[in-house]
Design a protein. Structure first.
Ligand code: CAA
Length: 393
């Protein structure tokens, strides 16, 4: 059991380095100058933000965790989380579109061979191309082991058949890591992971989803019909796919939780400004306890969520397995952003429910944090398993 002394021994600090402050500042300026001005119109039209992605790429705000050896910056989980909060403060639709390469490339970074990393990662740094993470299926979202997509070995190739849905950026991706069953009799142990170039014959984008929020991130469904890919595109060994997916999600959930904190922070700032300006009963509404207590709760919950995010990212950077803390962070930040944005709409009253003010979009955007990268119920399930059935590795 860790004690407070453990913190002293390991040098826990809430102070950012100068480099981290500069990185956060860069991301904040980018969010303010390049993302925010486009957030409302891109949301309304559900526009794929290719122009903003290209600028983010140019500034080095994408593919943060690709190591220097493969042309990247090799930033830490903590650094990535700082960037994620700021981009999502700008707009979580655009922020998710920019950040989703982290999820797409995660399996290659975690489980790819040196040759596979050299093949798939440097092009992401050379050009603003996208990759995606093909896990969910129409009948298997939370219950990953139920997936039906198959991959059958045929001499030097695999032939894939099935369908994937709710895949971020799939409609614009150059390649997707597709999870498929190589041995359907083995449940989760029969799942394998493959890099599938999206221009391979037999890959068909079936639809772009028309979503409630985060509308400028593409979320697509695609079919795989007799898709032939080289056996060299298998990541790890046959049967490793389930654990590759889980390890990837352990790594990306703090970043997603950071995005939720960014949206909550934006809603909070709007609510504070509005509460200072709007007058009822002869005083600004900030003077009414009914309002200022809501804002006090928002500030407290956001700070608590941010600390959980920082802790989970820090644990990753210490080389420790952070399944439990990643789920703490994702669960708490997702539920926090939903509460904070809902209360921000309440502070704005009727205006908050109108598209003329920014908070209704933030409330719509917030809902997705309780669903993607594992619902809030799945995070509770992971936490309960870690408490009652802890794993060794
Ligand atoms: N790291 C390493 N190994 C892990 C692990 C982890 N985090 N979690 C589980 N495992 C291992 C277990 O030890 C077990 O190993 P053995 O085979 O050696 O026994 C094996 O994996 C199976 O584990 P479980 O018995 O816990 O598996 P389960 O079938 O009960 O499911 C689950 C567990 C946590 C519910 C999992 O199915 C899950 O995470 N579901 C949610 C999936 C999800 O987040 N989907 C979102 C996709 S991304 C997205 O949203 C789209 C997008 O583009 C943004």
């Amino acid at each position: 059991m860790a004690t407070i002394d453990a913190g002293v021994e390991t040098g826990v600090s809430f102070a950012l380095t100068d480099e981290q402050k500069a990185l956060r500042e860069l991301a904040r300026e980018f969010a303010a100058d390049e993302i925010r001005p486009k957030a409302a119109s891109y949301d309304e039209l559900s526009t794929h933000p290719a122009d903003v992605i290209a600028k983010a790429h140019e500034l080095g705000l994408m593919n943060l965790h690709v190591s220097e050896e493969f042309g990247g910056l090799g930033l830490s989980a903590f650094d990535g989380m700082l960037v994620g909060e700021e981009l999502n403060w700008g707009c979580s639709g655009i922020g998710t579109a920019i950040g989703a390469n982290g999820l797409g490339a995660g399996p290659v970074i975690l489980a790819g061979s040196e040759e596979q990393k050299a093949q798939w990662l440097p092009p992401l740094l050379d050009e603003p191309i996208l990759c995606s993470f093909g896990l969910s299926e129409p009948d298997a979202g939370s219950d990953v082991a139920r997936m039906k997509t198959t991959a059958v070995r045929r001499s030097a190739d695999y032939v894939l058949n099935g369908s994937k849905t709710f895949i971020t950026n799939a409609g614009y991706a150059a390649w997707t890591v597709v999870f498929a069953k190589t041995d359907p009799s083995q449940g989760h142990r029969g799942i394998s992971a493959f890099v599938v170039p999206m221009d391979t014959p037999g890959v068909t984008i079936e639809k772009h989803l028309d979503k409630m929020g985060q509308r400028s991130t593409d979320t697509s469904a695609f079919a795989l019909t007799d898709v032939v890919i080289p056996a060299a595109n298998l990541l790890g060994e046959e049967g490793d796919g389930f654990k590759i997916a889980m390890r990837t999600l352990d790594f990306t959930r703090p970043g997603t939780a950071a995005g939720a904190v960014g949206v909550a922070q934006a809603a909070y700032e709007h609510a504070v400004e509005y509460a200072k300006e709007r007058v009822t009963f002869d005083v600004p509404i900030a003077m009414h306890q009914g309002v200022n207590f809501m804002i006090a709760d928002m500030a407290t919950q956001i700070e608590a969520a941010r600390l959980l995010v920082w802790q989970s990212a820090w644990l990753h950077d210490m080389g420790q397995r952070a399944t439990l803390q990643s789920s703490f962070a994702k669960l708490f930040a997702a539920d926090t952003v939903m509460k904070v944005t809902t209360d921000a709409v309440q502070v704005f009253g009727g205006y908050g429910y109108s598209k003329e003010y920014p908070v209704e979009k933030l409330m719509r955007d917030a809902k997705l944090f309780q669903i993607y990268e594992g619902t809030s119920q799945i995070q509770r399930l992971v936490i309960a398993k870690e408490i009652f059935l802890p794993r060794e590795s």
